[in-house]
Design a protein around this ligand. Sequence first.
Ligand SMILES: [Zn+2]
Length: 372
Amino acid sequence: MRNALAIGRIFGIEVQLDYSWFIIFVLVAWSLAVGYFPQGYPDWPVALYWGLGLATSLLFFGSVLAHELAHSLVARRSGTPVRNIRLFIFGGVAQITEEPKSARDEFRFTIAGPLTSLAIGLCFGAIWWATRRQNSPVTALAQWLSFVNFMLAGFNMIPGFPLDGGRVFRSIVWAITKDLRRATQLAAMIGRTVAFLFILAGVLLVFRGYLINGLWLAFIGWFLENAANQSWRQFTLQELLQGHTVSEVLTTDWPQVSPDLPLDRLVEEHVLTSLRRCLPVIEDGRLKGVITVHNLREVPRADWSRTPVAQVMIPFDRVRTIAPEAELLTALQLMTREDINQLPVVTDQSLVGMLARDKILAFIRTRAELGL
Ligand SMILES: [Zn+2]
């Protein structure tokens, strides 16, 4: 996955750190170490402020992770697969790849997150309460984490889809109307309304002189607006591609090359004539790998005539492939995620055809225009 660092697995679910997350981690540690802790608890050594700042920031990260894990584990128990958890600048997302199977499932795995944050908030609140007369580092840490976890629960319950609150709302409407499409449309509309209210409030604050708070609020609004739009697009896309498989869109007249073909002939006879940027390499009817324009550029032009395709191709075991009976949506998600524009379609190791991203997009556009 691009722009993210996989840091390991918890209960079999991969946890990724988006690079933007490091900004937040440092920002939280820094603002605690130089602002919040020294103000509330003066006369402590500077090293203690920083140690405490880093520890608190780490526990904050743990709190967000626990929230997302709660979503993921409850979702998985009801049979909805979870691809991974990604932590980024605004917190986290559990990437649940399918739409939930029922309103009850969605309600349950959504509410699990805020409830977990609430429970963590209560735990830290209890620690703070028990140590409040000691004025110790533990008191300071527990107080901040308690507050932040309550905020986390509260913010996520804002009824703007796709926030947890918006999902809870959708699942309730879905349960009443039995119509997922209408429920999603309504939830996304409310999500956008809430987003605009945030932006409006932000602008008003800026005019009243609260520049930073106002900008921050407007920024959250902008983020929510984007998220609501994107969720709705994702939903309609899913609806459009539902039940369609790779075999409907694959291309069979794609040029194929043999592994011992020299690169100069590959370029002249296949790449420049077909303008395909990725060609399957076939030997004895089996897919041996693929060769891309990118691979070609790694070899100096003077060596093209004596370099065979086999020497620079991506070998089969490192090539992403897909089966002809796979869902088109799965294929598109894979291509988007891995940033690839064509996939060899194979059964066992024999090539059935090639799947091109622009053809899927044309499939979507045409069906959408025809209102199918
Ligand atoms: Zn959540």
